[in-house]
Design a protein around this ligand. Structure first.
Ligand SMILES: C[S@@+](CC[C@H](N)C(=O)[O-])C[C@H]1O[C@@H](n2cnc3c(N)ncnc32)[C@H](O)[C@@H]1O
Length: 340
């Protein structure tokens, strides 16, 4: 039986709770609530009026699963104190895309990518951990050179290069992400093998020399393709360029199946939230099925050779192992069988 959809009062409650949690994060009240705290303690530690604090904490306790209450004391529910990925999700939707979500119709009209707070996005990704499935998929292909396009904080690249003796290149147009990426590379002690450059997927030929491109046997695009999901033609054009610059290379695409454009049966709020920020930021909702993705690869002469699907809440994310069009001259790449 389908749960009753939230009504307008539920939505207003969620809106107020979201703003409250956001301020509690910014003022570190959330950190204090990792252990049981009386209202008096919270009030004193964070200089909040006692009676107001009581009502606000009670409000969160009553309208969400965020807090637990025992008599006069409150604490964060274990699912929020023991796991941290929710903080990244929260930062993404209230920080990085917060302005757009606050003004959805105007943001949509301008298709304003400029409205993304890139520093908040970099912070949001700091709560992410790399998926073992993705790491294993790349490791199994044993690449000599890995290019991570839209590398973000480059944690995946650092992890791969720490495991196998590959060279790495990370490219990202965001200054905030490049700074964070160089930090990850330095703390892994991999500066001699990984290079981070500021640039776009569309102009890689200006960022990497021909000699460097020839040393790359595998490209990783983690949550990058969805930045080009405005139309099938945009995705095909990107794949086409990649094939020209890196003929015959492996391309590992990690992305998600969109829901709100098609007739796919109901997904869930996490997928819907991702879909709406995709649209508000002018990126477009990614294709809703593997078949559709496969037809896009084919249109660029590339071939989808393996699919691995995972789930985060209701979000269907995937790893696609794709072979780019063309013949790779370097014989050094030792491929493994990936047929399904
Ligand atoms: C959602 S983040 C994913 C970061 C990282 N790949 C990961 O999986 O954690 C998308 C990244 O793509 C970058 N990006 C956006 N447009 C791009 C473009 N045209 N070329 C390359 N990277 C781009 C963003 O700056 C951002 O770091």
């Amino acid at each position: 039986v389908r749960a009753r959809p939230p009504n307008v009062i539920d939505l207003l409650g969620g809106y107020a709770a979201t703003n409250l949690i956001r301020e509690m994060l910014a003022r570190r009240v959330v950190d204090s609530l990792h252990e049981w705290r009386t209202v008096a303690e919270i009030s004193r530690l964070h200089r909040i009026d006692h009676d107001g604090a009581l009502v606000l904490l009670n409000f969160l306790y009553c309208c969400s699963d965020f807090l637990q209450r025992r008599g006069e004391r409150f604490r964060l529910a274990p699912r929020y104190s023991e796991h941290h990925a929710w903080r990244g999700v929260f930062e993404k939707f209230t920080g990085a895309y917060g302005q757009m979500i606050a003004k959805p119709l105007s943001a949509h009209r301008s298709g304003a990518d400029a409205g993304i707070d890139r520093s908040a996005l970099a912070r949001a990704y700091s709560w992410d951990s790399e998926s073992p499935v993705v790491i294993k998929t790349i490791e199994d292909l044993r690449p000599d050179g890995v290019l991570d396009i839209g590398c973000g904080r480059a944690t995946l690249l650092a992890e791969i290069c720490a495991r196998i003796p590959a060279e790495g290149w990370g490219i990202d147009p965001s200054g905030a992400m490049c700074r964070a990426a160089r930090g990850s590379v330095a703390s892994a002690g991999l500066q001699s093998r990984i290079v981070i450059r500021r640039g776009s997927a569309l102009t890689i030929n200006q960022v990497l020399s021909l000699q460097e491109r020839r040393r790359i046997s595998l490209i990783y695009a983690g949550s990058l393709m969805n930045e080009f999901a405005r139309s099938d033609a945009t995705l095909v054009a990107l794949l086409d360029r990649l094939s020209r610059w890196f003929p015959g290379c492996w391309l590992i695409v990690v992305d998600y199946l969109g829901a709100l454009t098609g007739r796919r049966k109901r997904a869930g709020n996490y997928t819907y939230l991702n879909d709406i920020v995709q649209v508000l930021s002018g990126q477009g909702v990614p294709p809703a099925s593997h078949e559709k993705w496969s037809s896009i690869y084919r249109a660029a002469g590339a071939q989808l050779s393996d699919i691995i699907e995972g789930r985060t809440l209701d979000l269907r994310w995937f790893v696609h192992v794709v072979r780019l069009r063309g013949y790779r001259h370097s014989a050094k790449l030792r491929s493994t069988s990936t047929g399904k």
